[in-house]
Each structure stands twice: as C-alpha cells, then as structure tokens.
Design a protein around this ligand. Structure first.
Ligand code: PNW
Length: 490
C-alpha cells in the first residue's frame, strides 16, 4: 500500500464512522446578516419622515425604555449607510437583510404622497450593496407602523389590508428590479400579541383574547394580498421571491413521554407561532387554536368565537402565499400543562405555561438561553409540520453587554450552525440560508441599548456612533470564507 492510498483509506474509514465528516456547508448555502430600520437608522424626523408608533411610544413614555433611551439617532445609519456597507462587505456575506421604514417612504401611511428623500436613501443603500455583490433581502415591515395609520386603528382596521398591499406594491415598483428576496412581516407575534394583546409593545392595546386574534386575521390577509400582487404583477419580470418571517421558540415537554406535557408543548408552539404560519402554509388556523378558543368562547357565554373564522374563500386566498419559510430562532422553553381556567387572553387560551431551566446557559437578555438542540428539533418539526418547505433562518443571535472579545457569541453561532448541518444531514431538512442577528449593536426595543446583539460594537456615547469590529465578526467571516463551522476546514 502506498502512502497516498493509505491516506485515502484512513480518510474513508473516518468518514464512514462519521467522526471525520467535515462540518462543511455546501456551495449553494447562503450566509447573511440582519438589522431593522427603527433599530439602526435614527434620523427619526429627517427629510420628511413621519412618526412611527415606536417614535410616539418612546417619546411619550421615556420611563418605559431602559435608561430612558430612544432611537432618535440609534446607530445613525440614515447618515452612515456607506460605512454600514463596508462593514457588511468585510464579513463576506451573500446578503444583507434590512427593513424599510414605512413612515420614511409614506409619511401619511398611504400612497397618495411618496417621500422622495426616503426613497433615495433606500435606493442608494441597495445600489451600494449590489455594487459590492451583496444581495439585499428586504423586510417591508419590522414593527414601525406609521402613527398616522395607528390613529386610524392600525391593525384593528380592516383597511390595513389595503394600506399594506399598496405600500408593498409601491416598494416592488421602486426597488424590485434590484431586490429579489422580499419579506412582508417580521414576527407577527410581536405586532399582534405584544402590541394588541398583552400591551407590552406599542400601540399597547389590551386585547383580552379578542384583538390579538383580530390583528392576526388582518395581518395574514395583508400578507396574502401582497404576495398575490407580487405574484401577479411583478414575479414574471422581476423573478424574485416573497414570504413572511415567523419567530419560533422550541417548546420541549418538561416531562418527557407524558401525553399531557407533550400536548402542552404542541399547544404552546401552535398558539405562539403556528397561528402565524398555518393559514399560509397549510390553510386556516391550527386545529388546536380553533378548538380551544371556540370552546372557551362558548363557555364564556359568547355567541361568536373570539377567534375570527376564515371563510372558504379566505382560506384558499391565503394558503400557499409563500416562496420559502422564514424563521427567527433564539431560544427554547419547557412546557407545562395549565388546567386552571383563566380569563380570556392568548396566554390563557393556550392552556400551558412555559419555563426555562436554570441549568441552561444564559445570555445578556433574560429570555435568551442557549439551546442549540432546540433549533435542531424545531427544524425537524417544521419539515414534518409544513410539508418540507425550503427554510431560511432569517435571524439567530446572542446578546451580551458589548464585549469585543465575544467568545460566547462565537460559541452560540458555532453551535447553531452545527445543528443546522446536522438537521440537513440527519433529517433532510431543506435549510438553505442562515442570517446572523445583528450586523451591529442597536436599539433593542424596550431594553434600549443594554442588550447587545452586534457582530460590530457601536459606541452610543460617541456622536459619531463609532463602530468597532468584534471577534465574532472575524469568526463569522472565516466561516463564510471556509464554509466550515470552525472557521477553517481540518
Ligand atoms: C427579534 N423570543 O425578536 C426581533 O426580530 C429583533 O428586532 C430583535 O432585536 C431580536 O429578536 C432580539 O431580541 C425576538 O423570545 C425577541 O424567542 C424574542 C424572541 C424571539 C424574537
């Protein structure tokens, strides 16, 4: 046996045993990095931009945001997009996921008046990305609703379906020659459950188990109408793709092999995430959501269910309005049944409670525990539940207090990339792209600038908002270059 054939023999034995299997991403797997308009842009009233519901909220209730901070300047990306593009380029990513600020483009919310300066900002950004071989992936709505539309009821006015559809059509017209991946809504849960249910995010309406479902019903219709507009008026010429992004936590039964706990976990994932995906990927609300809310409504003596019923036409119109499955994943929870009958509200309707194990490694944000195994189970679940769609991970990330030597973020990203490879190999899950949240530290909503998710550090005390590269950015760059999770291939 010659030396080289011996070498080949050793390698093939290692591969056969699974030990030496290179942790390598195929050439067509794509990597990206994400931000959102309100969290980075600043320039909150520059050049004709109007107020969003977040501008209104942070200005009127400074005390409700950590350190009384706001996003009036944020990362100042409205004035620094060239620098942002340089940073993105350094990472070597295939695409940049960012969102458009609706009130920057349409100060009145409707298409009667288009703010050209706002349009120019995004045009320049997109051109600059293209020039540097970075594909734009554009989210139309990442929570910053024009306040003018909120004044007319926001997501509780059925007109939101038209308002959003017309805004979407305008964006396809304006940017669709360059943008080939569109996302209608980022995380409907944060809009409907947090905004019109639990009243934690603006517009802080208490839904009492009625309005959070009404919001969801209109939001799903708005998504579907926009998908149809793209499909019928733009797809042939622009050849892009359009879908929605749903955030999923993995729900693990706290007691394994116990039917009550397994049912609690299934109810949890359906009420918290499936409710925003089912109509689009399978048709109608998830069965468990219909069953529980309809039954509880009856018991409450209501003649109509708190959950709006989709008509057959609506089901047909919404079903299939996707080109891929966009999923944001950060963490997992343990599910426990909750048999105590509580007043209406989505968290009570679901009939289960969630906990996180104190044994799980924490992060900067209280809700974020490091559970890569949860992503692996989730990917298998999504494949099996939604007919094996193409999955794009549109967000995944780790928060800390802003360290430059952020080894824990590196470890978090690495572990999540590993399970993505495993889910592809072991279960044949069709995950085709991974997006790191976030390009840089930014305004983390009601947590202000405390929890930092960036691959780049931002100094928010510096008027220049100086950016500094973190160790994790260099790691991610090496992953992308080598296509191996270690940042190099053995
Ligand atoms: C995302 N969870 O929201 C948002 O899209 C981003 O704007 C935000 O900055 C980022 O996460 C970090 O918070 C989520 O509890 C927040 O699983 C929490 C969860 C999921 C998504």
């Amino acid at each position: 046996m010659t030396i080289s054939s011996l070498g080949l023999f050793v390698i093939s034995v290692l591969i056969a045993e699974g030990q030496g299997t290179p942790k390598r991403f195929p050439d067509d797997f794509k990597f990206g990095v994400a931000t959102s308009s309100y969290q980075i842009e600043g320039g909150w009233n520059d050049d004709g931009k109007s107020e969003s519901i977040w501008d209104r909220y942070v200005h009127e209730n400074p005390g409700r945001i950590y350190n009384k901070s706001n996003a009036d300047i944020a990362c100042d990306s409205y004035h620094k997009s060239d620098e942002d593009v340089e940073m993105i380029k350094t990472l070597g990513v295939d695409y940049y996921r960012f969102s458009l600020s609706w009130p920057r483009i349409l100060p009145y919310g409707t298409t009667d008046y288009v703010n050209q300066k706002g349009v120019e900002y995004y045009r320049n950004l997109i051109k600059n990305l293209k020039k540097n071989n970075i594909e734009p992936m554009v989210t139309l709505f990442h929570w910053d609703l024009p306040q003018t539309l909120q004044d007319r009821g926001g997501f509780l006015n059925e007109k939101i379906v038209e308002w959003f559809r017309d805004y979407a059509r305008l964006c396809f017209q304006l940017f669709g020659d360059d943008v080939k991946t569109w996302i209608t809504f980022n995380e409907p849960k944060q809009t409907c459950m947090m905004g019109y249910g639990l009243a934690i995010f603006p517009p802080r309406v208490s839904g009492h188990g009625i309005l959070e479902y009404k919001c969801t019903y209109y939001l799903l219709k708005a998504h579907a109408e926009s998908w149809h507009v793209y499909n019928e008026e733009f797809r042939q010429r622009q050849k892009g793709r359009i879908s929605i992004v749903v955030d999923f936590s993995w729900w693990e039964p706290m007691v394994a092999n116990n039917t009550m706990f397994i049912a609690a976990a299934e109810s949890g994932i359906q009420f918290m995430s499936g409710i925003y995906a089912n109509a689009i990927y399978l048709g109608d609300w998830p069965e468990i959501v219909k069953q529980r809310v309809n039954e509880r409504s009856r018991k409450e003596g209501k003649t109509v269910s708190r959950l709006p019923a989709f008509t057959e036409e609506e089901i047909a119109r919404i079903r299939g309005t996707y080109d891929f499955f966009g999923v944001n994943f950060y963490t997992s929870v343990l599910a426990v049944p909750n048999p105590i009958p509580l007043p209406s509200g989505i968290l009570n309707d679901r009939g289960c409670l969630s906990f996180q194990s104190p044994k799980w490694e924490g992060a900067g944000s209280i809700w974020l525990k490091v559970t890569p195994w949860g992503l692996k189970k989730l990917l298998k679940y999504l494949k099996e539940t939604y007919n094996n769609p193409e999955i794009i991970i549109t967000e995944n990330g780790y928060s800390d207090t802003g360290e430059l030597e952020d080894d824990k973020r590196i470890s978090y990203i690495k572990q999540h990339l590993e399970v993505i490879l495993e889910a592809r190999e072991e279960f044949g899950v069709n995950v085709t792209a991974y997006t790191a949240w976030s390009l840089m530290d930014n305004f983390e909503w009601i947590i202000g600038y405390r929890d930092r998710f960036g691959l780049y550090h931002v100094d928010f005390t510096d008027p220049e908002r100086k950016r500094t590269i973190k160790k994790s950015a260099l790691y991610y760059r090496d992953v992308i270059k080598s296509r191996c999770v270690d940042g190099k291939c053995e």
